[in-house]
Design a protein around this ligand. Sequence first.
Ligand code: URP
Ligand code: ZN
Ligand code: ZN
Length: 467
Amino acid sequence: MIDLIIKNAKVATASDLFICDIGVDKEKIVFLEKNSLKEAKRIIDAKNQYVLPGGVDGHCHLDQRTKDGTEMSDNFESGSRSAAFGGTTTIMPFAIQFKGESLRKIIDEYHTRANDQSYIDYTFHPIISDASSKVIGQELPAMVKDGYTHFKIYMTYEDLQLNDREILDTLEAAGREKAVVMIHAENYECLKWLTEKLEAEGKTDPVHHSDSRPGVVESEATNRAIALSRITKTPILFVHVSDREAIETIRNAQNKGYKIYAETCPQYLFLKRDDLKKDNFEGAKYICSPPPRDPENQKYVWNGIQNGTFDILSSDHAPFNFKGDKGKMINGDKTPFKNIPNGVPGLETRLPLLFSEGVLGKKISINKFVEVTSTNPAKIYGLYPKKGTISIGSDADIVIWDTGIEKKIKNSDLHHDTDYTPYEGMTVKCWPGTVISRGNVVVEDGKLLGKKGFGKFLKSEISNYVY
Ligand code: URP
Ligand code: ZN
Ligand code: ZN
């Protein structure tokens, strides 16, 4: 007898919508049949509920080392737990390299942080901040051969940024090795110059974070990164794209046939600049980079999802507590914006927000939802078809969605260890009811049934997006 049958499922993949029974055995999907008469150890009747592939969150930060005395409020245990409650069954956090460090060492160290902690499967994106000839010439190729086929580089942040020459060297090596390069595009010199001017005028409140990083800071870097990609003939993927002009720049490059991919995040669909103005230092809760833009800009982000400019929607969960001296208030409730750690939490709310406003709000189809939140990140980061779809032979990572409900998002109901959500008080009309990871029920009826340590590290294949 097989392990599980989900009956009467309204299955959506990135391309199809059909009703069937899903058979699961030994962690895999073994059949998709109409009115199957087979027996199983457990039968769940999905009663025409949407049954979708588990979410693949292609960008989140967990237990990531910092250099400024801050500490992330989520580790692999709490982050993966919260992701599972939000319908995500694969996560991709970052193993960060600081200058002078060996890539091998940082990857090993990050495995130690993840080992036996996660409820769901995971892979890592290394962050390369040291583009020395040893790292680029030896460590990068070895890393790709070992199954870390995607990594991130930065054009900003004092400790992390690469200059144009270093980016060229890195892209050239990545192109040779067929690795996916994720790029954080903001012009560091411009935002530093603007920050110094704002400081000189005494403008250090959270909202001025946004003034130090206007859209043009992002679109300039986006344009330049596309040039560097063209010079080296290496595809790139822009992460957390927010700005209207940056989106247009990416679209133009894609239209010309350049291999330019892009990710956006819920914060650019649901948060806005004015949130950073909130009293009592609450604006700090919304500080992330790039910053939330004005409400008009949100339309361009939705449009970018609809027209395919964006391949992926990730959370960019970057969790820092609001209270306490390790997070947003590192120097108290007058901390200047420059010293407030960047990032917002969002692993658990990513899918309900997009499903509710996007699919149920008729902005995008259910297939587009699956494509950008599960199938494409699995494909781009070399995990497909093991992850990212419902098909025979794929891992049985499956989410049965409750719709026809109204739920107010409250941090007290979420399962991360962060003391706030920027989406507090927003209403969604759906939530994942049953979440299954490799055939095992992790979350059901609001209860955690999964086991810490069940989640396994996933080696990535070479992505066929970088042919
Ligand atoms: O503000 C953000 N996005 N923080 C996380 C780090 C990053 O650059 O993704
Ligand atoms: Zn970034
Ligand atoms: Zn990030």
